[in-house]
Design a protein around this ligand. Structure first.
Ligand code: TXA
Ligand code: MG
Length: 315
C-alpha cells in the first residue's frame, strides 16, 4: 500500500468543505463523532469502502455502520418500522446504531453490508460529524478509526498514531464526549442488543415497552465484528484489581490510589469518556500489565466492562 500524506484538517467551514470534497473523490477521512473517531468513506463507492478495510488491516469483511445527517436519508436505505421510529425519536441524533433490513436497490456498496441483507445506520450527534455529513450529502461508511483489534480513538492524535500515511485526512474536532462506541440495536427481527454502548439496555427497554434480548457470543445473530479479543492494548489487562501488583500500571475507578483514575467520584459517564484515552496512555508508559479496578455492572458500566473484557481476552 503506498504511503499517503495524512492531512490534519480543522473542524471549521474550510476544513469541513475540504473533507467533504475528499470523500466525494473516494478518499478516506477520519472524523469525530460523540462516541469515537470514525474512518469515513463514501458508502456508495466500492473502491473507497474497500480501502477502509485495507487501512484498518481488517482481516475480513465485517459490515460497517453507515452515518447519515437526517432521518429522510436513513429511510431511503432501510425498511423503516414503528419500532425504529420510536427508537429514533428517543435517541437520534446520538450514540445509537440500528440494524434494519436493507432496502432493495439502496445505493450502498456490498462491501458495507458484507453481503448481509441488513444495514447498520446511525445519525450521530456531534456537530462536527453532522456538519460533515451535511456537506457531503450522502451515506458515509465509518468503522472506528483505529487499526483492527486496537483501542478505539477518542482524539485526532490517536487516529494519527494508527493510521498516519494510510488515509488522506483526519478532521480534528477535539475529544469525543461519550468515548465508547454506539449501542447497536438489531431491529431486523426480534429486538436484540448486538453491542452495549452509549445508550443503555434499560433506556431501550423503556422506549420499546418490553425487554430486549441481549446477544450471547455463541448465538448466530450477532454483530459479526464483535470478536472476543478486541480493543487490545499491547500490555496484558488484569481486570477487577482490588489490590495492585508490583510494576503494573494502575487504572483506577472510584476512591483508589492509582496512576490514572477513570472517575475518582465513581461517575460511569466520566469513566466511559476516559476509558480508551487512559488505556492508550498507560499502554504508552511501557508497562507489561495494566490493572483495572472493578467497574459496577450497571448502566454504562455494562458497555465499559464489555470493552474491558475484550481488552483482557486471550489474543
Ligand atoms: O460509535 C460507533 O458505532 C463508531 C462510530 C464511528 O460510529 N463506529 C464503530 O464501528 O464502532 P465498528 O466498525 O468499529 O463497529 C461496527 C459494528 C461491528 O461489530 C459490526 O459487526 C456491526 O457493527 N455491524 C455492522 N453492520 C451490521 C449488520 N448489518 N448486522 C449486524 N452487525 C453489524
Ligand atoms: Mg471498532
Amino acid at each position: 500500500m503506498k504511503t499517503l500524506t495524512t492531512k490534519k484538517l480543522n473542524a471549521d467551514s474550510a476544513g469541513l468543505a475540504e473533507a467533504a470534497a475528499l470523500l466525494q473523490d473516494g478518499a478516506l477521512v477520519a472524523f469525530p463523532t460523540e462516541t469515537v473517531y470514525g474512518l469515513g468513506a463514501d458508502a456508495s463507492n466500492d473502491t473507497a469502502v474497500a480501502r477502509i478495510y485495507e487501512a484498518k488491516g481488517r482481516p475480513e469483511f465485517n459490515p460497517l455502520i453507515v452515518h447519515l445527517a437526517d432521518i429522510e436519508n436513513v429511510q431511503q436505505l432501510v425498511v423503516w418500522s414503528p419500532e425504529a421510529q420510536a427508537i429514533a425519536d428517543a435517541f437520534w441524533p446520538g450514540p445509537l446504531t440500528l440494524v434494519l433490513p436493507l432496502r432493495p436497490g439502496a445505493k450502498v456498496s456490498k462491501l458495507v453490508t458484507a453481503g448481509l441483507d441488513t444495514l447498520a445506520v446511525r445519525i450521530p450527534e456531534a456537530p462536527v460529524a453532522r456538519a460533515l455529513l451535511r456537506a457531503f450529502g450522502g451515506p458515509v461508511a465509518a468503522p472506528s478509526a483505529n487499526r483492527s483489534g486496537q483501542v478505539s480513538p477518542t482524539l485526532a492524535d490517536h487516529v494519527m498514531n494508527g493510521l498516519n500515511g494510510k488515509i488522506e485526512a483526519v478532521v480534528d474536532g477535539g475529544r469525543c464526549s461519550v468515548g465508547l462506541e454506539s449501542t447497536i440495536l438489531g431491529l431486523a427481527g426480534k429486538p436484540t442488543l448486538l453491542r452495549p454502548g452509549g445508550v443503555t439496555q434499560d433506556e431501550l427497554n423503556t422506549v420499546l415497552g418490553k425487554p430486549i434480548a441481549a446477544r450471547h457470543d455463541a448465538e448466530a445473530i450477532s454483530a459479526p465484528g464483535q470478536m472476543r479479543s478486541h480493543y487490545a492494548p499491547r500490555a496484558h489487562v488484569r481486570l477487577n484489581a482490588t489490590e495492585w501488583e508490583a510494576g503494573e500500571a494502575r487504572l483506577g475507578f472510584g476512591a483508589v490510589d492509582c496512576d490514572l483514575n477513570l472517575s475518582a467520584t465513581g461517575d460511569l459517564t466520566e469513566a466511559a469518556a476516559n476509558l480508551f484515552e487512559y488505556m492508550i496512555r498507560l499502554d504508552a508508559s511501557g508497562a507489561k500489565v495494566i490493572g483495572v479496578s472493578p467497574i459496577p455492572h450497571l448502566g454504562l458500566g455494562v458497555a465499559i466492562n464489555d470493552r474491558l473484557s475484550r481488552a483482557a481476552a486471550e489474543r
